[in-house]
Design a protein around this ligand. Structure first.
Ligand SMILES: [Ca+2]
Length: 486
């Protein structure tokens, strides 16, 4: 049976309401509205780094999405890029397919398991045109992981994503592709992604539904902006913060062009737009990525939320988010209901009338009614992560943050009273802590082993076959192997 969303149900009710008394019921009144879906994802954007959360620089176009619809103030993601993108594509938590640890590094060959049903596969089967414009980060070492093999009819942008914004290279290797072929192009990557998103909309036949996944690599490190945009922020004294503001502003400019293109094409009123970051802003240079940021002041701002990217506190996982869809999502409201990145696939599938029958069991839930403000969130639990060394779980207002490696550390917070995680209640809530740890253990037992840990252990095993490293007369001559050089 086809899933029907709250959006679809509302539309059906509205359709019935305008049918005159005695007139025949229209047979297709039950059909889902099948909106276009534009899913915009920012990379490592701080919670506070948008105008509507109080940034000191303006983001008028991102703000306009929130103003035309709802702020999603209970929106969770994973603490790292790959993990959240995997959630968005599968509706399932990363520990179910081995992506629970950090990210796929540029030197890694593994990717998102190819037996997972992806969002573009599900939507394409329902008649949607599917386009990825932006960062993928779900596997680059084998073509079977590339977006074209995973459901996207068109794709453009970086496969990995931590690129130089001008050369589009990572470690000196080009990471910029169109439909699976590397392309050398001039221009600031954020602008190029905006150009392509606009082209995609302009070239689309509005009569058929479009799924555009617009995944900016901004404002992820390296911190690079165009000077003309930086010059818009003379009042920001810190140079890295000024650059970062310009990176966010450049992304906001491009989002503005996308909104204008939808308007011009007559699609805006029939488009569900969801915007969010893939994880919290970076606060610790060890989690900024592969470039060295240890010598600069990290520029992201998560406002009052604790810590940032890479860890399970709210600053790493509760991200800025907004959604709009005229006539279906009320304008200017705030939705506090808890939701997670895994919920996007079921939510999109419901409004699209797409079948998820061939998916493995989903962790995600349809959040259509929550976004519409007609129902509270059905989500009673958020699994923020289950790894071999640590985990975090939210149940109702309670949040467990567990470092299982020695020396271990267990923290429990009541987010209803302490959203900024200042008061650890673990010592006074021992039974609750035990029950939540038991739940984590249960999930750990059904986890697929971490592909990152397995890959790195293979590196250790390869070392077993290497000759001994024995100190010679020159103390500087022996260190290459120890430092990972080939
Ligand atoms: Ca990220």
């Amino acid at each position: 049976m086809r899933r029907r969303s709250a959006f679809a149900a509302l539309l059906s009710l509205a359709a019935l309401a305008v049918v005159p008394e005695g007139a025949p019921r229209v047979a297709h009144a039950d059909a889902p509205p099948r909106p276009h879906i534009v899913h915009i994802v920012a990379d490592d954007l701080g919670w506070k780094d948008v105008g509507f959360h109080g940034a000191e620089f303006a983001t008028p176009h991102i703000d306009s999405i929130a103003a035309a619809g709802v702020r999603l103030e209970g929106f969770y993601a994973q603490p790292f890029c790959t993990q959240t993108r995997a959630c968005l594509m599968t509706g399932r938590y990363p520990f179910r397919y081995g992506l629970q640890t950090a990210v796929i590094l540029s030197a890694h060959g593994y990717g998102l398991a190819t037996d997972e049903l992806t969002t573009p596969q599900a939507l394409a089967a329902a008649g949607y045109s599917t386009a990825l414009v932006g960062k993928w980060h779900l596997g680059h070492g084998d073509r079977k992981y590339w977006p074209g093999a995973r459901g996207f009819q068109r794709s453009y942008g970086p496969l990995i994503g931590e690129i130089d914004y001008f050369s589009h290279e990572q470690h000196g290797v080009l990471d910029w592709y169109r439909d699976g072929k590397p392309v050398r192009e001039e221009g600031y990557s954020t602008t190029l992604l905006g150009d392509e998103a606009v082209r995609t909309i302009e070239g689309h036949d509005p009569k058929s539904p479009l799924y555009l996944y617009l995944a900016f690599n901004a404002p992820h490190a390296p911190y690079q902006a165009e000077k003309a945009v930086e010059d818009r922020f003379p009042a920001i004294a810190d140079p890295t913060r000024r650059t970062y503001a310009a990176m966010v502003a450049a992304m906001d400019d491009q989002i503005g062009r996308v909104l204008a293109a939808l308007e011009k094409k007559g699609m805006r009123g029939d488009t569900l737009i969801v915007f969010h970051s893939d994880n919290g802003g970076t606060r610790d240079s060890q989690f900024s990525g592969e470039v060295d940021t240890s010598k600069i002041r990290i520029p992201c701002d998560n406002g009052p939320y604790r810590d940032g990217k890479g860890n399970y506190y709210e600053g790493g996982t509760r991200v800025v988010a907004a959604a709009c869809w005229p006539g279906h999502i009320p304008a200017g409201k705030t939705v506090d209901g808890v939701m997670h990145a895994v919920d996007m696939l079921p939510t999109f599938a419901a409004v699209a009338g797409a079948s998820l029958a061939s998916s493995k069991p989903l962790d995600g839930l349809d959040m259509g009614a929550v976004m519409a403000g007609t129902a509270p969130s059905p989500r009673t639990e958020v699994v923020l992560g289950v790894e071999m060394q640590r985990a975090a779980l939210r149940q109702g207002p309670w949040k467990l943050v567990w470092r299982a490696t020695l020396p271990s550390k267990t923290e429990l917070f009541d987010l209803s009273k302490d959203p900024y995680e200042k008061e650890d209640l673990a010592a006074s809530q021992t039974e609750r802590v035990l029950a939540m740890k038991a739940r984590v253990d249960e999930l750990a037992r059904v986890s697929v082993p971490s592909l990152l840990v397995g890959t790195e252990m293979n590196e250790v095993r390869a070392r077993l076959k290497r000759p001994p490293v024995i100190a010679g007369e020159d103390p500087f001559a022996i260190d290459d192997d120890e430092h990972g050089a080939k």
